[in-house]
Design a protein around this ligand. Structure first.
Ligand SMILES: [Zn+2]
Ligand SMILES: [Zn+2]
Ligand SMILES: [Zn+2]
Length: 138
């Protein structure tokens, strides 16, 4: 946790007690908590933190590149970016997510976005299918 907090501070993230609580919850609900999971966890120690505050801070952490948003079939989940950029395999049957060390996005292709005056800061991509346990037999 301290390493992560140091990283956030170096990116100019102000560590209020509320934010500390959100990050502690994010870390202890790992690997893929939803905003509701994080909120439920926080309320045990910081009952005044609203779900809205959780969402706002998650958005900020994503912008800083320290949290990934993962789109599970049931809604968005979040993970701490440990190491480098990567994507996820998501099982449509059990909803489990797995990290995969692969990125098919070619940065040069994003020139199209820049032509529109759009600055790309991050992207999200999920592969949906069935995990080993849920794969239909045959
Ligand atoms: Zn599965
Ligand atoms: Zn991951
Ligand atoms: Zn990627």
């Amino acid at each position: 946790m301290e390493n992560f907090l140091r990283l956030l501070r170096s990116k100019g993230f102000k560590l209020t007690p509320q934010r500390r609580a959100i990050i502690a919850a994010l870390l202890s609900c790992a690997p893929f908590p939803t905003a509701q999971d994080i909120h439920r966890h926080i309320r045990q120690t910081a009952p005044d933190v609203s779900l809205d505050t959780v969402y706002r801070n998650l958005a900020l952490l994503i912008r800083l590149g320290t949290v990934n948003q993962v789109n599970l079939p049931g809604g968005s989940a979040f993970e701490i970016v440990a190491g480098h950029h990567h994507h996820h395999l998501i099982c449509l049957a059990c909803g489990r997510a797995e990290c995969i060390d692969y990125c098919p996005v070619i940065t040069a292709d994003l020139a199209q976005a820049e032509d529109r005056g759009f600055t790309v800061v991050s992207h999200s991509l999920e592969f949906y299918g069935y995990c080993r346990d849920c794969r239909p037999a045959g």
